[in-house]
Every structure is written in C-alpha cells, then in structure tokens.
Design a binder for this molecule. Structure first.
Ligand code: GLU
Length: 490
C-alpha cells in the first residue's frame, strides 16, 4: 500500500515552529517510504482565517524544500484540498454517520448548553453535555431540518465500552467511552469541526500516516469511533510531543516566540532552521547532527521520534546556523549579506572582500551590522586594548608599530589590492625586530577600535583606504602618547 501523509495547517498567518516540524516529519515519513505528501488547508474555523496566510504556507514550504505531491495549487485525485471547498462532502458524510448511528442531529440552543453548564457548576461536577435531542427520531429531525430549523450534527457515543489504539510515540492507549464528550461534528453554518473533517478527509484522501501534535491525542479515541462507525481503516498515528521554550512552557507564537518567518527575518538560513528543527524530537541512529534534506529523505524513520519534550535551544540553533553560513558558496553569502550592509556601511568599500572576511565569523546574518560597524566610524576605545598577552604587545611596542605604520602608509602609492597593502605592511615587522602579531595587532586596533573584527589589520587598511587608515593610525598614536602632536596630523 502506498504511504500517504499530509500536512494540514490552519491558515493563521505564520508558520509556528511546531507546525513546521510536523510538516517536516510528515514529508519525511512519506518520502523515506517512497510515498506521497499531501497539503490540505484546514480553513473551517473562519474566525481564525487570516488573509494571505495560505501564501505564507506555500512560501514557507518552498523555502524549506517541502514539495507536496498533491494540494490546492498542484491538484491531485482527491481534491478539493481546501476544507472550505468540501462543505457538500462533509454534509453528505454527516448524514451518513447519522444513519449509521454514529451521530445525531441536535437543535439545542446556546441557552440550553449554558443551562446545563450552570447546573453542573452548581452541583460541583465536571460539565458534560447530555443532549436531549438524542431522543428525537432521525425522521422527525430531518423533517425539522427540511422545515428550515437550525441544527448541528453531534457525535453519538455509547458510554459503555472502551476504545483502544496504538500510537507510534505514545504506545497503546485505551480510554473508556463514558469519558468522551459528544461534540459537534457539523456546525450550524454547515462547516465541519476539526473533529469531523480530519476523519473524513484523511479517509477520502487515503492518508495512511497521521502525524500531529499530542494535543490531539486525547480526542483520537473519538475519531476512531467515527472511523469504526463508517467501517473505515484507522490510519497509523504519530502524535508528537510539544516543543518547549523551557521546562514548563510550550514554545508558542502567541506568547511571542519566534515563528519560522521571524527567524528568517533575523538572518537564519532556512536549511539551518530545518536541520535544527528536525532534531527537536528525532535523532539519527548514529547521533549525527548535520543533514541535508536529501539525506533525511533516505534515513528518516518513525522509530527515531522520541516521546520526551524537546527544548528549543536558541544557542544551538545559532551554532548550527553558523555551520550552514560557513558552508555557503562565497557568492551566495555575499548576496545574502548585501541587505545587511545597506544601512551599516555607507563608506564606499570593497564589499566582496568584506563578505569574504565576514563569512567565517558570523553565525547569524543579523550579526553582520555590528561586525562591520567600525568601517563607517571608529568607535571610542581604550588604550588598554593595545595590550594583548598572546600577541605580546605592550603600549611601547604598539606605539613603535603605529609610528612605523604611519610612515609606511604615508609612503605607499599602490593601494589597488589587498595584496599590495599586505606586501607593504608585512615588510615591516622583521625590520623592526617585531613578530608579525606585535606589529599587526596594534594596527588592527588603531584601524577598528575593536577587539573582535572580521578583518585583520591588512584587510581593514585596504577596506578603509589610505587616508582613513592614516587618520586612524594617527589617532592611535595620539592616544598612546597622550599628546597632541599626532592629533594635529589627523
Ligand atoms: N489544522 C490542524 C492544526 O493546524 C492540523 C492538525 C492535524 O495535523 O491533523 O493544528
């Protein structure tokens, strides 16, 4: 039998990290078993519908390389793939389910529900709706419906019995049917609730594997009763534990946690986000951590999904993003870095070279502006920075280096390439009896005013150009001599 899984997002306007993980696992379950991956838009909750949200779903899936075999945009044999376009189908199956005894028509008003809720509250017992409409015969109910009365379709559950099923993550689950509520399957506007639509659609779309958040685990017995009433096969279930922000709180966009789009906007690469998210609840047999989608399509297996709650670790994501950033082809990195230079670097500098320096030193693209801010303006810095233990620099050595550098730079005529600057500057340390580091550290400090920069002294000088380099070297000398002589040359 062909494996078929589906991603069934509700169009809420963003891609929650948990949803994206579900989508990835669904895709990988299908692909690792040579099956099909289906996209279904669950838009029956019209109140939650957000304009443009479906496009966000398509765009995200495209960005992360989740290509669906069937869906609203690509079609398929089991459409329509948008729930709001399947209204007639739900109505037909709701009526069938009534005939089969798995549901009944209900004419109760909100007031009736409220009355019972109050009653339970006063009696101090948990609310469970006892539907008086169960006593109405199907014929009578249909007459009332034909006469235009408003109705819903509610599930009918025999309270004597149990339902059991096996879940790939949670194992064997058994519940007593008396604990299940007879919820609404078809609302008075004719649209189904998730509780009904998921069963009808998964069956009609021949879904073999249902992966979803574990918040659906407790309702799954009710869905199984519907499958049973219709005489349909029950799919394989894989309920996923939530992704946590910390030990006690779920990661949630509503609580301000980042969505996929937020992360991309911050400069995380889609491939890195995907790789990181995959590992939130799944691990490879060999504990490897960096995977391409193509590799995952081969090695992913349901058994690798674990039951323990995964905690979203922003630091680890940063690290992983860094791995991906460093693996980018330089031209690609440059292209991605350009928007980050836009406001950060106004000076006319060789941005391609800057990208070469920056690429190995940032983890997330939004670190770029701070990494390159020294180009436009020399930050205030302290002369302590000239002292570097490893480089064996002292204020005296730094001064000597800068004074020599001032002379060299002044006399340089060829500033056409980083190699030319390199040649001129690197001729100096030996002449001065200094190690390269002793000479270059002070220059880098004078040019950038920072302890950490993506560029070395030579690249910084080349990027800044002769005049700006000279100016900054003189400021450095002035700081070290505490005098105005050098400053007057600035
Ligand atoms: N529309 C549901 C949601 O977004 C999907 C649940 C499922 O995968 O069945 O939570």
């Amino acid at each position: 039998m062909e494996v078929r899984s589906r991603f069934a997002p509700s169009p809420t306007g963003y891609m929650h990290i948990g949803n994206l993980r579900t989508a990835l696992y669904e895709y990988l379950v299908a692909k690792s078993m040579g099956g099909k991956f289906i996209l279904r838009i669950e838009d029956t909750d019209q109140e939650r519908y957000v304009e443009g949200a479906v496009d966000i779903i398509y765009k995200t899936m495209e960005m992360v390389g989740l290509k669906h075999d069937e869906g609203p945009d690509v079609g398929g044999d089991y459409g329509p793939y948008v729930q709001s376009e399947r209204k007639a189908i739900y109505k037909e199956y709701a009526d069938k389910l009534v005939d089969l005894g798995g549901a009944h028509y209900c004419f109760c008003s909100e007031e009736e529900l409220e009355r019972q809720r109050k009653e339970c509250e006063e009696a101090g017992i948990p609310f469970k709706f006892r539907d008086p409409c169960k006593r109405i015969s199907v014929e009578d109910a249909r007459k009332r419906i034909a006469a235009g009365e408003k109705y819903t379709v509610r599930q009918t559950i025999d309270p004597k019995g149990t339902v059991s099923f096996d879940d790939h993550v949670y194992g064997h689950v058994t519940v007593e049917t008396k604990t299940l509520d007879e919820g609404i399957l078809l609302k008075s506007d004719g649209l189904p609730t998730y509780n009904f639509a998921n069963v009808v659609d998964d069956h009609l779309m021949k879904i073999t594997h249902v992966l979803r958040g574990n918040e659906y685990l407790s309702s799954t017995p009710k869905y199984n009763l519907i499958y049973q009433a219709f005489g349909w096969d029950i799919p394989e279930y894989v309920h996923l534990p939530p992704i946590m922000k910390d030990e006690h709180n779920k990661l949630s966009k509503r609580n301000g946690d980042a969505s996929f789009q937020d992360l991309v906007a911050k400069g995380y690469l889609p491939e890195a986000i995907v790789n990181y998210i995959i590992l939130l609840g799944w691990s490879a047999k060999n504990d490897e951590e960096i995977f391409s989608m193509a590799e995952l399509e081969k090695i992913f297996n349901i058994d690798g999904i674990n039951k323990s709650q995964a905690i979203f670790d922003g630091e680890k994501l940063k690290w992983m993003n860094g791995v991906y950033v460093r693996n980018l082809p330089p031209e690609k990195f440059h292209e991605l870095a350009l928007p980050y230079y836009k406001d950060a670097v106004k000076r006319d500098v060789d941005l391609v070279l800057l990208s070469k320096c920056v690429q190995p030193r940032v983890n997330v693209l939004n670190e770029i502006p701070e990494a390159v801010d020294f180009i436009d303006a020399l930050p205030e810095y302290d002369i302590e920075m000239y002292v570097h233990k490893k480089m064996k620099t002292t204020p005296e050595i730094a001064l000597k280096a800068l004074e020599e550098a001032e002379k060299v730079v002044e006399g340089m005529t060829d500033w056409s390439s980083v190699e030319a600057v390199h040649e001129a500057l690197l001729a100096m340390p030996e002449k001065l009896g200094l190690k390269n580091g002793q000479f270059l550290w002070p220059i880098r400090t004078a040019l950038t005013g920072k302890q950490c920069t993506p560029t070395g002294a030579v690249e910084a000088a080349y990027l800044l150009g002769k005049d700006e380099s000279l100016k900054r070297i003189r400021i450095g000398i002035a700081k070290l001599t505490d005098g105005n002589a050098a400053l007057s040359r600035v």
